[in-house]
Write a protein of this length. Structure first.
Length: 288
């Protein structure tokens, strides 16, 4: 016999449409470049930064198709580097030719941009070599090493650079654990129904629970109602209640009903919604 208390872990995985992963502070980092005389970005200078001389923040996204880093030297200034594989593909070790200014690359084109200290390219051509890339879940980049070459405004003068980043392991994606007490109470006078359960998340999140309750009372009689709950969710299990007011003139009664539930929460780290749907058999009992 099926238990009247059912527990299900709702886990959503991030797809390619996921937004950028939250910024990470690397545990190892370096960015260096040399530029030709006449190069607009580097202005003929050579620069090298490590964690001893600058603060670094790295970003990844597009399910592993994008990597970026921001560098703030302790002696002033700032530098931004963006590297992207052609749309719909993941960054992997190898040569990427024909790069254009990120994020304005077309289909099949890799993207590249190093800018800083108030200077950026309007148009850009270049290339880069990914020497190492190590992924964790959901396209998070744990290790990245690349060399790149860029030319501003079609100039022959070039900037040559190298970046190496080692990030700490990422946090796990959002998981929602939802339990439902599938025996509910029905009010004999109004035909209203109340269902209860608990909710728990592995990381803090705001979760919406949308539910539809239907009950076939006879061949020609169907009771139905919607209910919505919006609740904060944490690692501490908390109780929830859904109240269903029958639509139309058909009240709920004693007996079995079908409960369809959709739970959705936003994973702020991975920039994506985690959601899942589930159906239950609910036994409606007279309200005490």
């Amino acid at each position: 016999m099926r238990s009247l208390f059912t527990s299900v872990v709702l886990v959503g995985m991030l797809g390619f449409a996921a937004g950028p992963v939250a910024a990470q502070t690397p545990v190892e980092a370096s960015l260096s470049f040399v530029s030709d005389q006449g190069d607009y970005i580097g202005a003929g200078q050579s620069r090298s930064f490590t964690l001893d001389t600058a603060s670094f923040t790295s970003r990844s996204g597009q399910n592993g198709g994008y990597f970026g880093v921001t560098v703030f030297p302790f002696d002033g200034g700032f530098w931004f580097l963006d590297i992207a594989a052609p749309q719909g593909t993941q960054l992997v070790p190898g040569a990427y030719e024909g790069a254009v200014r990120y994020p304005f690359q077309g289909a099949g084109q890799p993207g590249l941009s190093l800018s800083g200290d108030g200077r950026g390219c309007n148009t850009l051509t270049g290339r880069f070599d990914v020497l190492e890339v190590v992924f964790a879940a959901n396209g998070f980049i744990e290790r990245f090493h690349a060399r790149f070459e860029q030319h501003c405004e079609g100039a022959a003068a070039a900037l040559f650079g190298e970046v190496r980043i080692v990030n700490p392991p990422p946090p796990p994606p959002l998981q929602i654990s939802l339990t439902i007490q599938t025996s509910g109470q029905v009010d004999r006078q109004s035909g209203k129904v109340r269902l209860t359960g608990t909710i728990k998340c592995n990381i803090p999140a705001d979760v919406s629970v949308n539910a539809v309750l239907t009950q076939r009372l006879s061949r020609f009689s169907l009771a139905t109602a919607n209910s919505t709950l919006f609740t904060p969710c944490s690692s501490t299990s908390s109780a929830w209640t859904l109240d269903f007011t029958p639509q139309g003139n058909v009240p709920f009664g004693n007996g079995m009903a079908q409960l369809d539930v959709v739970a959705s929460g936003y994973d702020s780290y991975y920039g994506a919604f985690v959601n899942i749907s589930r159906s239950y058999a609910a036994k409606l009992l007279p309200q005490r």
